[in-house]
Design a protein around this ligand. Structure first.
Ligand code: FE2
Length: 258
């Protein structure tokens, strides 16, 4: 009788131990992608809103950039249609920037090459759309002013670097006539110099360590509706619309500490 009880006790103990280890193994067994997809489908959660298929995804999402609303009422010489079309283009850059940020969370970082890789394509598009959004915000903000009212700090910087406001204007408009994308009047944080830089696209020939004081959009989309291909007429309007207070504010906010 004692032997029977002993055997039953050993059997029960063995079963408990086996159940314990089986439970551990089951918890460690990774779920397959298909299993995860099936679970998500059952929960009606769209795949692009999850990190299940993206092992390298970060916990914090960065695709939450919201397009700004601009008041173009003080801009003269450019029609409402021209400005509204331009604003739609800007909104498109914001939308794409958010899409790219989301796609970067799920991209395969083991598939890499400098000739072509999904990661490479997304990273190139990232700076194009992000700069496309930010440069347009700077541009819209520095329009709608009175070109005759140049702030004291702006005037000092421009005269120091160009000799006169007239010389700065000639340089700005000449560079703008050669650019394919943008002209940026940039303040260098290393030596405090100011110059007009030519950007051939949102993310090409962009100088570093530079604070944008004034942006001029030279893409044809900025003036095609109002002026056709007559860039000179557009640039005259831009000069007459520069919001110098915006430039002065950027010096105060970003450049005065250097
Ligand atoms: Fe533009």
């Amino acid at each position: 009788m004692r032997s029977l009880v002993s055997h039953i006790a050993v059997g029960l103990l063995t079963a408990v131990v086996m159940l314990f280890f089986f439970n551990i193994i089951q918890k460690r067994e990774p779920k397959s992608v298909d299993a995860s997809v099936a679970e998500l489908s059952a929960l009606h959660i769209p795949l692009h809103q999850t990190a299940v298929l993206a092992p390298a995804a970060t916990a914090t999402s960065t695709h939450s950039y919201t397009p700004r609303i601009f008041d173009f009422s003080s801009i003269h010489g450019l029609t409402k249609s021209q400005l509204e079309q331009h604003e739609k283009l800007y909104q498109g850059y914001v939308k794409k920037r958010n899409e790219i940020a989301k796609a970067l969370e799920a991209v395969n970082k083991d598939e890499v090459a400098s000739s072509y890789a999904p990661l490479r394509s997304l990273k190139v598009a990232e700076t194009f759309s992000l700069n496309g959004a930010l440069l347009h915000e700077l541009y819209f903000d520095n329009l709608g002013g009175n070109s005759a009212e140049i702030g004291p700090k702006t005037k000092t910087l421009l005269i120091k670097n160009f000799g006169s406001i007239e010389a700065f204007k000639k340089d700005l408009l000449a560079v703008a006539s050669c650019a394919r994308g943008w002209v940026m009047t940039g303040f260098c944080i290393l030596d405090g110099s100011v110059a007009n830089y030519l950007l051939d696209a949102h993310n090409e020939t962009v100088p570093v360590l530079m604070i944008p004081l004034l942006m001029v959009d030279t893409y044809e989309h900025a003036y095609m509706i109002d002026f056709g291909i007559n860039r000179a007429a557009y640039l005259k309007v831009i000069w007459d619309n520069i919001n110098w207070q915006s430039v002065e504010d950027r010096i105060d906010k970003w450049a005065s500490k250097f």
